[in-house]
Design a protein around this ligand. Structure first.
Ligand SMILES: Cc1cc2nc3c(=O)[nH]c(=O)nc-3n(C[C@H](O)[C@H](O)[C@H](O)COP(=O)(O)OP(=O)(O)OC[C@H]3O[C@@H](n4cnc5c(N)ncnc54)[C@H](O)[C@@H]3O)c2cc1C
Length: 510
C-alpha cells in the first residue's frame, strides 16, 4: 500500500467572496489538523465587487462556522430575503414571486398544485401564490423567522440574505485570520509547474517572493490564473443558451419601504436587478451587447434608479459557462474562476459554497488522486448544468417577442433535459425530478406557472377527493395563509427586533 502524504501547505489565490469563504471554511474545518493556509490577493487588481443576493444555503455555511446571524447581518448591512420578484418575464406587465418555500401541502403524495389546478378548472380564481406564506408575506413587506412547529404554515419557508458581499468578505477575512490564515498582498506574476507531473509547484509574486504549496485553490476570478492560464483546463461556453455577456451595476440611496425580496425585471436585451440592503439599494443591468450598446444599457439602469446614485457605474464583462475541469492536478477552482452563470437566481455564492463543501468531503492528500478530482468535477459540473437549465427556463417560458433578444429565445433549441421538463409540466403538471440539483419542484412550479406554462391536466388521483370538501379545505388554507402573513411583523421592525439593524439605515421609510 502506498504511503499517504497529507497536505501540509494550502495556498488560496484571490481574496474576493470566493477566496475568503474558502479560507474561512477550510480554516474552520482543518483547525488543529496541521495544514497551513495562505491567501494571496492583489489590491491593484481588486474584486468583482458585486453579488448581493443569496440563497438560503448560505445560512448553513455561516452556522457551520459558528457565526452569529444578527452580528453578521449588522456587519454586512443585510436584509432578509424570502424570494425573487420577477417582473415582465412571461409577458409585459406580468409579475410573480419565486419564493423560498412551498405551495400548500401535498395530499396523499400528490402535489398541491394539482388540486389547485382542478379548482381552477372548476372556476376558482385564486392564485397558487395565495397558498404560499412566503409569497404573501413578501408582498406585504413582512418577515419573521420560520416557526419550529412543523404543523404551522409559518414553518413552510426558508430565507436568505441580501447583503454587501464586499463587507461579507471582510467579515470572513477577520474570521479566517483569527483561525490562523495568513494573508499576503501581492500580484502573482508567474506560475511554476512540476516538470514530472504538471502540478503547480509555486507562484511568484511581483515582489519576487515565491510561494510553494501542496494544494492551490484558484479564487482569482474570471482570470482563472491557475486553472486556466497555467493548467489550460478548458471552458464550456454556454453563450448560445445564456447569451447575456455584460452588466452595469450601481448602488443608489434606498427609498420606500424595506422589502424582503430581490426584484428582477426583464428588459429588451437583458434584465435589471434591484436588491434592497439596509443602507442602500444595489442595482444592475445584465444584457447582451449584440442588441444594446453599453451606453444605452447604462442609461436604462441609471434612468430607473429609485434614489440618488452613490457611485459611478461599474462595467463588467463575462461569458456564461463553466470550466471543463474545476479540479485539475493539484488546483481546485472555486468562484468565478470555476465558471459564471448570470445572477438571475442568485446562485454564484451558492456555487462557491458547493465547491468548498465538496472539496472538504473529498479532501485530497499530496498525490491528489485523479478519481477524487473526477468525482469533484462531476458533482460541481452537475450543479452548474442544473442551474443553467433553470436559468434558461426564464428566457424561454414567455410570450415575449417584442425585441430581437426575445425572438432569439423563441427560436432557440433547448437543452434536451429542459425540453423534457417543460413538456411534462405542460401536459400533466408533472415535475421531472433531477437526481441532483439545487432547485426543487416548488421553484420549477413557481417559474413555469409564473411565466404562463399552465398544465393542461392535473394528476387523476385528485379526482378521488370530494370537490366540495376540497374547495372548502383549500379556501381555509388560503385564509389561514393570509391571516398568518398579516400578523407577521414588518420586515424593518423585525430587523430591529432581531438585533440585525446596523443603525445606518432609513429602514422605516414609507
Ligand atoms: C454582474 C454580476 C452580478 C452578480 N450578482 C450576484 C448575486 O446577486 N449573488 C451571487 O451569489 N453572486 C453574484 N455574482 C457573483 C459574485 O459576484 C461572485 O461569485 C463573487 O463575488 C465571487 O467572486 P470571486 O471571489 O470568484 O472573484 P473576484 O471578486 O473577481 O475576486 C478575485 C480575487 O483574485 C485576485 N486576483 C486575481 N488575479 C490575481 C493575481 N494575478 N494575483 C493576485 N491576486 C489576484 C483579485 O485581487 C481578487 O482578490 C455576480 C457577478 C456579476 C458579474
Amino acid at each position: 500500500m502506498s504511503k499517504v502524504e497529507r497536505i501540509e501547505k494550502i495556498c488560496i489565490l484571490g481574496g474576493g467572496t470566493a477566496g475568503w469563504m474558502t479560507a474561512a471554511g477550510l480554516a474552520h474545518k482543518l483547525e488543529g489538523l496541521g495544514p497551513s493556509i495562505r491567501l494571496v490577493e492583489s489590491d491593484q487588481i481588486g474584486t468583482v465587487g458585486v453579488g448581493e443576493a443569496t440563497l438560503p444555503h448560505i445560512r448553513y455555511f455561516n452556522k457551520s462556522l459558528g457565526i452569529d446571524e444578527p452580528e453578521l447581518m449588522r456587519a454586512t448591512e443585510a436584509t432578509f430575503k424570502l424570494g425573487i420578484e420577477f417582473c415582465d418575464w412571461g409577458k409585459l406587465g406580468d409579475k410573480y414571486i419565486h419564493p423560498f418555500g412551498d405551495y400548500g401541502q401535498p395530499v396523499s403524495n400528490v402535489g398541491f398544485h394539482h388540486y389547485w389546478r382542478k379548482m381552477q378548472q372548476m372556476g376558482d380564481t385564486s392564485r397558487l401564490d395565495d397558498y404560499s406564506y412566503p409569497i404573501v408575506a413578501a408582498e406585504l413587506g413582512k418577515f419573521k423567522l420560520p416557526s419550529e412547529d412543523l404543523n404551522s404554515i409559518e414553518s413552510t419557508f426558508s430565507y436568505a440574505f441580501q447583503f454587501d458581499a464586499t463587507l461579507y468578505g471582510k467579515y470572513l477575512r477577520r474570521y479566517a485570520e483569527r483561525k490562523g490564515v495568513v494573508r499576503t498582498e501581492g500580484k502573482a506574476e508567474d506560475v511554476t509547474l512540476h516538470p514530472e507531473n504538471g502540478f503547480v509547484k509555486s507562484i511568484t509574486l511581483a515582489s519576487g517572493e515565491i510561494i510553494e504549496a501542496d494544494l492551490f485553490i484558484d479564487c482569482s476570478g474570471f482570470r482563472g490564473v491557475l486553472i486556466e492560464q497555467a493548467l489550460k483546463s478548458g471552458y464550456e461556453d454556454w453563450s448560445h443558451w445564456l447569451p447575456c455577456n455584460r452588466a452595469v451595476a450601481v448602488p443608489c440611496e434606498a427609498k420606500g419601504k424595506s422589502v424582503p425580496y430581490t426584484r428582477a425585471t426583464a428588459r429588451k436585451a437583458g434584465w435589471q436587478w434591484r436588491i434592497p440592503l439596509q443602507h442602500r439599494t444595489g442595482n444592475g443591468h445584465v444584457y447582451w451587447n449584440e442588441f444594446i450598446s453599453d451606453d444605452e444599457a447604462a442609461h436604462q439602469l441609471t434612468s430607473t434608479l429609485e434614489g440618488k446614485a452613490l457611485a459611478d457605474v461599474n462595467q463588467l464583462y463575462f461569458q456564461t459557462g463553466r470550466r471543463k475541469k474545476f479540479f485539475n492536478k493539484n488546483v481546485v477552482a472555486i468562484g468565478l474562476a470555476g465558471g459564471f452563470l448570470e445572477p438571475l437566481e442568485s446562485t454564484s455564492i451558492h456555487l462557491i459554497q458547493a465547491g468548498i463543501t465538496t472539496l472538504l468531503e473529498l479532501f485530497p492528500d499530496k498525490a491528489c488522486d485523479l478519481r477524487d478530482a473526477e468525482e469533484y468535477n462531476q458533482t460541481l459540473g452537475q450543479e452548474f448544468d442544473r442551474i443553467r437549465d433553470f436559468l434558461v427556463l426564464h428566457y424561454v417560458a414567455t410570450e415575449r417577442d417584442d425585441s430581437e433578444m426575445w425572438r432569439y429565445f423563441q427560436a432557440m433549441k433547448l437543452p434536451e433535459s429542459l425540453q423534457y421538463k417543460i413538456d411534462a409540466f405542460k401536459e400533466r403538471g408533472h415535475i421531472v425530478k433531477y437526481e441532483f440539483g439545487l432547485f426543487l419542484p416548488p421553484s420549477w412550479i413557481a417559474v413555469m406557472l409564473g411565466q404562463g406554462i399552465v398544465p393542461d391536466q392535473y394528476d387523476p388521483l385528485v379526482d378521488r377527493a370530494d370537490p366540495t370538501k376540497m374547495l372548502q379545505q383549500i379556501t381555509e388554507l388560503k385564509n389561514l395563509t393570509r391571516q398568518a402573513a398579516e400578523a407577521t411583523p414588518d420586515h424593518a421592525v423585525f430587523l430591529q427586533q432581531y438585533g440585525a439593524a446596523s443603525g445606518t439605515a432609513a429602514l422605516m421609510a414609507t
